[in-house]
Design a protein around this ligand. Structure first.
Ligand code: ADP
Length: 315
């Protein structure tokens, strides 16, 4: 859940980017944020990722109050968010596999996890065959599909897309939106900033519109224009790609299941050794108690001046 409450952002140079913004986005929603250039869309995204702090008001993301979030907790927050950029931002010297894997390495995923999950997510975006290619060998549409794969690789609760179709032709733009729609339907909240009126019309999702930093429209099933085409978007995969995807999902689940089992076995071994340790300590404590009891018994039978008995006790 994301909530903006009376939020205002004024940059240090005095530019008023957002004024008195109020809205709530529930988990699992798909929301377009539209508005002319300079309306405040990127500022809104930068406030959610804590790249910028509000000048006034409150922003809440799940259990975090972003306006007050300590700097050291920002990396934790960002792990829960997947970002998609207009200019893709892929690392040219890394392959497609490595680009996506890198986002997992950053959060400390194991090699085994990376080996299982990356092919699955590349299958989701229809690029499993291009895993070993470099970004320079991809079309714009394919590069942005890598961007989508990278955004979803750590299974974030929220995906923020800043003009994801801005550099794409209409067909590739539709493919990206269809993918985002699929990911959203699988449970991820999506906020997509865009100028692309035809895609907003097509998708029939909630629309938040900004103008000169103010929220001027919040519509449940919005569109840019009145004439709404009736066409359902879907991301097309070949039969082979779908089979590979099913297999990858199964492999990933099986792997996760085994990983959980191994973790449980490790935990129960740890508990057992803790119990063993405890009973060893208890044995020690008991023998000490026995020793004390024995000494007391001896002491009670012994004359205080009998030095021979004292020596016996010490032995
Ligand atoms: P949009 O993404 O809708 O194009 P922005 O959020 O980028 O809008 O910008 C909103 C307003 O804030 C604009 O007037 C812009 O000039 C200003 N602005 C954005 N970023 C900065 C910044 N870092 N410093 C100063 N002013 C900024």
């Amino acid at each position: 859940m994301i909530e903006f409450r009376n939020t205002e952002k004024i940059y240090p140079n005095g530019a008023k980017a957002l004024t008195d913004i109020n809205f709530t986005i529930e988990s699992g929603e798909f929301v377009f944020c539209v508005g002319e250039s300079g309306a405040g869309k990127s500022t809104l995204i930068r406030l959610i990722t804590c790249e910028e702090r509000p000048s006034k008001g409150t922003i809440i993301l799940d259990n975090y109050e972003l306006s007050r979030l300590q700097k050291r907790l920002i990396p934790n927050l960002r792990r829960k968010i997947g970002m998609i950029f207009q200019d893709f931002r892929l690392i040219e010297s890394k392959t497609i596999f490595e680009n996506v894997a890198f986002a997992m390495e950053i959060i400390g995923a194991s090699k085994a996890q990376i080996k299982r999950r990356v092919p699955m997510v590349l299958s989701v975006v229809g690029l499993r065959d291009k895993a070993d290619h470099y970004p320079s060998e991809l079309s714009g549409g394919e590069a942005q599909r890598v961007g989508v794969a990278r955004a979803m690789i750590n299974n974030p609760g929220l995906i923020l897309a800043d003009e994801p179709t801005g550099n794409l032709d209409p067909a590739n733009g539709e493919a990206i939106l269809a993918l985002l729609d699929e990911i959203n339907k699988a449970g991820t909240t999506v906020i997509c900033c865009t100028h692309d009126a035809s895609l907003v019309d097509l998708m029939q999702k909630r629309v938040i519109e900004l103008s000169k930093g103010r929220l001027i429209r919040d519509e449940k099933c919005g569109a840019y224009s009145d004439c709404v085409p009736e066409r359902e978007l879907s991301f097309e995969r070949s039969d082979e790609e779908n089979a590979a995807l099913d297999e990858a999902i199964y492999e990933n689940m099986h792997f996760e299941h085994q990983r959980r089992q191994a973790k449980r076995a490790k935990q129960s071994a740890e508990i057992k050794s803790m119990l063993d340790e405890d009973s060893r300590k208890r044995r020690n404590r008991l023998s000490l108690a026995e020793r004390i009891a024995k000494m007391r018994m001896l002491a009670e039978n012994i004359e205080p001046n009998n030095s021979q008995s004292k020596i016996d006790i010490e032995q």
